[in-house]
Design a protein around this ligand. Structure first.
Ligand code: FAD
Ligand code: 8R5
Length: 467
């Protein structure tokens, strides 16, 4: 098989999974990863950072034969647990039943599993090798090792999976402008940790029993919506939770600018998140040591340089985190790209152009929906009109599943293109608004008439594939 070898920059989540898929298709793949091998040097002792894995990402893992192994270490999240100011909480299910759930997975563990799979598939991994420059005409890249020593290697087809701050993107952009636009959200985030219940309260350990391992309901994504900002928490397998505070970066209080240290932040938390604060014994250390992360959306006019180099994952389309789809979207990229390359291995230019043609409208759509979901999470989840729409939607989903599926479910539990979910969601939302404008209380709505309205206004839903 005389296929052109492939040079992948970045062995993160997308790079490692793409490497597995390409190697399985018979390509020779080299991966250059900036950081040391996490399986040796380690995520051990570091903070546990988790991500929500949904159907799109799961499907890509399934196709690589890795889904079961990943799910074994994942924590099921059935819905959002919304915590109000008075300390009450209520679960809003994400789907109709336990077949529609998302999964909390450890980034470190997932990355290591993918690297193992890549190596087993014959991929050659090079760690501590950071891309610093690329010569696209001569087909060379320049790499720096962890001591700063540089060397040049010749490349095959170049693919950049080196994340939101992509060095390959910078090199491509210097060669021929990609039309890069970065839109900062203006909000940042900070991570905090809720230890497992047994660590939180040694007394609980004495009582024994696995159920008390978690300080909060483990099978949920927790949200403390507060209007202009919020906290969330995702469960870890060991019984701890990773909490993330999302807040404006600057401007009037509260913002990260007005809460520069844990003293100011503790006063703020005791006012806005008192129940949560009591679960954060290391609040001061976490707040003072963990950096404020930035959030932005990346748009490019071009994802590739003819047939010579292509960007995938966050390097091509970094988005804000509020739909929990960054990794899921990147994993979906890997399946599309590996299939296109396998079908036309000799024509990089055609494959890269076709990849962008297929994926960019969908990347733009999930970028938009992720921005919208921030408003929904921090604000609308507690809004009566929003809850009425949700309730009416749930009734329609039961009565007319051929014509109504909530946008969140289309994004999270199906494989329909993101652009379709965005468009369909708009149309459905317009009809729900229309129904509730005439009859504001869901209980008073004539469901038969609602069903007829949806049937006459919208085509049946596109073929819906569930996992
Ligand atoms: P990355 O995972 O960032 O990997 C890039 C890799 O390239 C890294 O290993 C890096 O070391 C390497 N690299 C960088 N520069 C160079 C260089 N010059 N040379 C060589 N290698 C280089 N998505 C979800 O779907 N669900 C979630 O719940 C979710 N939660 C998130 C939580 C956090 C805290 C963050 C930050 C993101 C979250 N995301 C989530 C988004 C998700 O992490 C990204 O979309 C995903 O990791 C993108 O994968 P990637 O491989 O493109 O980039
Ligand atoms: N990313 C997520 C959702 C949607 C939840 C819902 C939201 C943390 C930096 Cl903010 C966020 C979701 O609509 O009820 N699913 O998965 C993951 C999220 O944030 C991740 C953990 C995150 C970047 C910090």
């Amino acid at each position: 098989m005389a296929q052109q070898p492939i040079t992948l920059i970045g062995g993160g989540l997308v790079g490692a999974l793409l490497a597995v898929q390409l190697a399985r298709h018979g390509f020779a793949v080299e991966v250059y990863e900036k950081r040391p091998d996490p399986r040796r040097a380690g995520f051990l002792g570091g903070r546990s950072i988790n991500l929500a894995l949904a159907e799109r990402g799961l499907q890509a893992l399934r196709m690589a034969g890795l889904a079961d192994e990943v799910l074994q270490r994942a924590v099921m999240m059935r819905g959002r647990m919304v915590h109000d100011r008075d300390g009450n909480s209520a679960l809003q299910r994400y789907g109709v039943d336990d077949s529609e759930v998302i999964w909390s997975v450890s980034r470190g563990a997932l990355n290591m599993l993918l690297l193992d799979a890549a190596e087993a598939a014959g991929v050659r991994l090079h760690f501590g090798q950071s891309l610093v420059a690329a010569d696209f005409d001569a087909q060379h890249i320049r790499l720096a090792d962890t001591d700063g020593n540089e060397r040049e290697v010749s490349t095959g087809l170049l693919i950049g999976a080196d994340g939101a701050g992509s060095a390959l993107r910078a090199a491509m952009n210097a060669h021929a402008p990609l039309g890069e636009r970065v839109e900062a959200l203006g909000h940042g985030y900070k991570e905090l940790e809720i230890p497992s219940a047994s660590e939180l309260s040694p007394a609980l350990r004495q009582l024994g029993g696995g159920r008390d391992q978690f300080a909060l309901e483990p099978h949920a994504l927790h949200i403390w919506p507060r209007g202009g900002y919020m906290c969330i928490a995702l469960p870890n397998t060991e019984g701890s939770f990773t909490v993330t505070l999302f807040l404006p970066a600057s401007g009037a209080a509260p913002s990260f600018a007005t809460l520069p240290d844990s003293t100011a932040a503790a006063a703020f938390f005791s006012e806005q998140f008192p129940g949560l604060l009591s679960l954060l014994p290391r609040f001061a250390e976490d707040y003072d040591h963990n950096p404020v992360g930035t959030l932005s959306t990346l748009y490019l006019d071009r994802w590739h340089l003819d047939g010579r180099a292509l960007l995938v994952g966050d390097a091509a389309h970094a988005i804000v985190p509020f739909h929990g789809q960054g990794m899921n979207c990147g994993f979906e990229d890997t399946v599309v790209l590996a299939d296109l390359l396998a079908a036309t291995p000799g024509d990089g230019a055609a494959v890269f152009a076709e990849f962008q043609r297929q994926r960019q409208p969908n990347a733009d759509a999930i970028a938009q929906m992720a921005l919208e979901n921030y408003i929904e999470m921090r604000d609308s989840v507690a809004d009566p009109h929003y809850l009425a729409k949700r309730e009416l939607g749930a009734l329609l989903a039961q009565r007319l599943p051929s014509h109504y599926m909530a946008r969140y479910r289309l994004v999270t539990f199906t494989h329909v293109p993101y652009a379709y979910a965005l468009e369909r969601g708009r149309a459905q939302d317009g009809l729900l608004e229309q129904l509730l404008r005439d009859v504001p209380r869901v209980a008073d709505i004539d469901l038969d008439a609602a069903v007829r309205l949806f049937q006459s206004s919208l085509p049946p839903l596109a073929a819906l594939r569930h996992g």
